[in-house]
Design a protein around this ligand. Sequence first.
Ligand code: ASP
Ligand code: MG
Length: 384
Amino acid sequence: MSPSSPLPPQAVLVRKYGGSSLATVERLNEVARSVRAARDAGCQVVVVVSAMGKTTDELAELARRAHPNPPRRELDMLLSVGERIAMSLLSMALDREGCPAISLTGSQCGIITDSSHNDARILEVKGDRVRDALARGYTVVVAGFQGVSREKEITTLGRGGSDATAVALAAALGAGSCEILKDVDGVLEADPKLVPGARRHDHLSWDQMLEIAAGGCGVVHLRAVEYARAHRVPLVVRSSFHDGPGTTIGDAPAHRAGAPIPPNAGPGPGRAGGGPRYRPLVMHLEPLVARLRLTAPREGLFAAWRDLALARLDPCDIVAEWLDGGPAARWEALVRKGLPEGLMEAMEQAAAGATGDHALDHETGLACQHRGPRLALFIQRPQQ
Ligand code: ASP
Ligand code: MG
C-alpha cells in the first residue's frame, strides 16, 4: 500500500525519501507509483531524494582510498553525485508511470548555501525552476543534501542533509505539507532495533523535536528541525513502506502539562512538576538498572524515605533521578547495579504507622538508554 496525502487539490506537497526507501530500482519504482498516486489526488509534488541505499558511504570510501584527507571541495563534487543518481532514476521511473517528471540538482533549484564545504548551511532558496516546472504540470524531483555557494561552488549539507533540503523547499514554496518518509513508522521513543515495541509519538512540537534531534536521534536531521522551527514548517514523519499516520511536528503538542502521564514518561530531570517529557533516542544502553519510585505527602514520610535511600545509594550509581514537587511528592531514581540489599525493608519499616497516601515500589532488571550529561532517557522493560 502506498502512503496517501490528504491535501487540497493543487496544494504543493514536498515529500522526502531517505536512502533506504530508495535502495533498489524496485523500490524506486514503488516510490514512483506512490508519488503518482499523490499527483493523481491533485497535489503538485516535489520529491526530494537522498542517495540510494549506502551510496554516500561508498562514495566517501572511494574518496578515502584516493586521499587520506580529501580536499573538501572535491569531496562535495563527489558526494553530491549520489543524489543525482537517485533523482534521475526516479524521474525516469515516474515518466514510465505516466507521470511527467523533471529532476533538478540543488544548484538548479537555487538552493544557496554558505561556502563551508561538507557542512554547508542553507542561506536562501530561490526555487524559480521548481515553481516553473510545477506550473507546467511536471512532478519535480530534487537532489537533496546539496546546494551552491555564492561563489558558484557545489556544496553539501552534512550527512543526512536531505531533510534540510525538503524543509527549506517546503518553506520557499509555501507547501501545504512537508513529509519525511522513512523506514520507521515515525519518531519513536527509542530505536526500535534496540527497544522492540518502542512507541511512536503522534505529535511533537518543534521544540520537542529539536530536543530529540539534539539528543542524537537521527530520525530527522537537526538542521532541518531548526529550519522548520524558524520558518514554522509543519512536518510529517512517516513510513515509506506502508500507510500510517506517523508523527506530526508543529504547533500544539498532543500531551500538555496536566494531561495523563503516559506510563513510561516521567517528568524529566530539571523539570520537576512539569508535564510529561519525551525521551529521545539516545546513545548508550545501560543494562541492569533498577527503578525506585516513591510517592508520599510532601511534609513527612517523603523526606525520610528519600534521605534513607540517598544515604544507602552510591551517588555514582544513580543514573538519573526525577523529583516531582506538589503536595504528594514523587521521587523516582534509576540505579545502576540494582538496589542495595535491605534498602526496601528499611524503607518499609520507616513507613510503619505513616498517615496519608503513600506508595513505594521498585523494579529491577530494566535497561535504560541514556546520553550524558543531559540524561535523556528511555527505560526498557525486560522482554517477556
Ligand atoms: N545521502 C546523504 C547521506 O547519506 C544525505 C542524506 O541521506 O540525507 O548522508
Ligand atoms: Mg543517505
